[in-house]
Design a protein around this ligand. Structure first.
Ligand SMILES: Cc1cc2nc3c(=O)[nH]c(=O)nc-3n(C[C@H](O)[C@H](O)[C@H](O)COP(=O)(O)O)c2cc1C
Length: 175
C-alpha cells in the first residue's frame, strides 16, 4: 500500500475478530514506531508497553470502565500499545505529548499497511495513568506517565477509499 492510500483509508476500527497479532506483524509495527521522529532525537525519553496478555487487557478495560462508565473501551482488541513519557505539567510538555502522538500515528499507519484494524486510545490510557497499582503491574516506571495508546488487531472491517471533507480543519493559507 502506498503512503497516501494508507493515510486516506485509515479510520478508527472498533471491532476485532479476537485473533492475535502475529510476532511478524508486531515486529513490523515496532519498526514503524522506532522510525518515528522524536524531539531532539531523545528516543530514551519514551517507553513503549505492548500488552497482549488477555488478563492484563481485561484489567485495563475494567479500570477504564470504572473511571468512565463505559464498557469495552479497548473494543476487544488483542493488543494495546501504550506510550509513556515524562511530563512536567507545563508548556514544555508539548514535546513529549507530540512525540507520543507521532509514534502512535506511525504505528497506526503501519497497522493499515498490514491490513490490521487500529484505533487511537486516550480514555483507557488516562485511566491507567491515574492507577499507580496498575502502572506497576504493567511495569511502567512510577516517574513516567502513560499519555497515548493504540489498540491493534485483525478485523473484518475493511479499509476503503474515504471521502475526506475539504476544509475539515480550519486552514489559513497566507499567499
Ligand atoms: C488523541 C486521540 C485520542 C483518541 N482517543 C480515542 C479513544 O479513547 N477511544 C476511541 O474510540 N477513539 C479515540 N480516538 C479516535 C477518534 O475519535 C477518531 O480518530 C476521530 O473521531 C476521527 O475518526 P477516524 O479516526 O475514523 O477518521 C482518538 C483519536 C485521537 C487522535
Amino acid at each position: 500500500m502506498n503512503t497516501m492510500k494508507a493515510l486516506l483509508e485509515r479510520k478508527s476500527v472498533r471491532s476485532y475478530t479476537g485473533d492475535p497479532v502475529t510476532v511478524e506483524q508486531r515486529d513490523q509495527l515496532l519498526k514503524a514506531a522506532y522510525a518515528s521522529p522524536i524531539s531532539m532525537g531523545q528516543y530514551d525519553s519514551l517507553v513503549l508497553t505492548v500488552v497482549q496478555d488477555s488478563k492484563l487487557l481485561a484489567q485495563i478495560d475494567d479500570t477504564a470502565a470504572k473511571a468512565f462508565g463505559h464498557e469495552k473501551m479497548l473494543y476487544g482488541a488483542p493488543m494495546l500499545i501504550i506510550v509513556s513519557t515524562q511530563v512536567k505539567g507545563d508548556a514544555s510538555d508539548n514535546s513529549p505529548y507530540s512525540n507520543a502522538a507521532t509514534v502512535i500515528e506511525n504505528l497506526n499507519l503501519a497497522a493499515v499497511d498490514l491490513d490490521l484494524g487500529a484505533c487511537h486510545i486516550w480514555g483507557a490510557i488516562a485511566a491507567v495513568a491515574n492507577d499507580a497499582q496498575l502502572k506497576q503491574t504493567l511495569k511502567i516506571d512510577a516517574g513516567l506517565t502513560p499519555v497515548a495508546g493504540l489498540v491493534v488487531g485483525p478485523t473484518d472491517d475493511a479499509y476503503a477509499d474515504r471521502d475526506i471533507p475539504k476544509n475539515r480543519i480550519k486552514t489559513n493559507i497566507l499567499d
